[in-house]
Design a protein around this ligand. Sequence first.
Ligand SMILES: Cc1cc2nc3c(=O)[nH]c(=O)nc-3n(C[C@H](O)[C@H](O)[C@H](O)COP(=O)(O)OP(=O)(O)OC[C@H]3O[C@@H](n4cnc5c(N)ncnc54)[C@H](O)[C@@H]3O)c2cc1C
Length: 223
Amino acid sequence: MRPEIEKIVGAAAVDERPVRDLWPAATMAERAGETPDRVLVARPAGREQVVSILRWATANAVIVTPLGGGSGVCGALAPKRGELVLDMGGFDRILEIAEVNLVCRVESGVNGMTLERKLNEKGLTLGHFPSSLPGTTIGGLVSTRSSGQESSRYGSIEDMVLSLAVVLPDGTFAAPRPGPRDAAGDAVGHQAARHAPLRPRGLCLQPVRGRRRRVRDSDRNRR
Ligand SMILES: Cc1cc2nc3c(=O)[nH]c(=O)nc-3n(C[C@H](O)[C@H](O)[C@H](O)COP(=O)(O)OP(=O)(O)OC[C@H]3O[C@@H](n4cnc5c(N)ncnc54)[C@H](O)[C@@H]3O)c2cc1C
């Protein structure tokens, strides 16, 4: 598998290592001497690379798991030998913070605390404060439908997402749409968030252009 993946992302963006989140049972197993499998990890640098990897993986029946900050505590990141991990850390750009309409566009690998600090510089806040915020990425927060210490006031992460750009397992790019997230039926973003942690194979909340998040005016909302 490695040569094929290297052809897509380049040799420098591929390595092999154990990957797991902070699931207590896995931590205990490791302390008891169990070593997690080493798996192939690719760090794609753009949407086209994600598309190519997922097309290849689907054609070859390889399980793909996206990796955000690795701060999950439920064992969603527990890839086995022969599977592929997509490290989304290369998608770390904050594309836009629109101060008038209070919307921002970010890539999925942006660190949660980094985004909050950037918003704070403009007198804004996302209003999302899981205690793990410094170890999270936006993609991880969305896929786990994260809640935080102020969620009773601002809502959970899914209440803040206006739209998502997603690469589906067959490599199809589902572009974000402007407009309300709900019209008739279940919102696509909710479906993505619901299925990503359960069926991580290839569902990548992409980066990205077009992911919109609602932000708050921190002064106006301060009590
Ligand atoms: C000390 C501590 C405190 C915590 N407190 C909270 C809390 O208050 N509230 C809370 O909700 N959670 C909390 N968590 C859990 C964890 O931080 C959250 O689940 C967080 O959302 C995970 O984000 P991550 O970027 O680390 O995702 P990861 O752990 O890397 O991944 C989590 C899941 O998301 C998937 N994923 C990651 N990136 C993408 C992507 N780009 N596209 C598609 N799928 C993706 C992964 O495949 C995996 O299934 C805590 C964890 C710790 C260790």
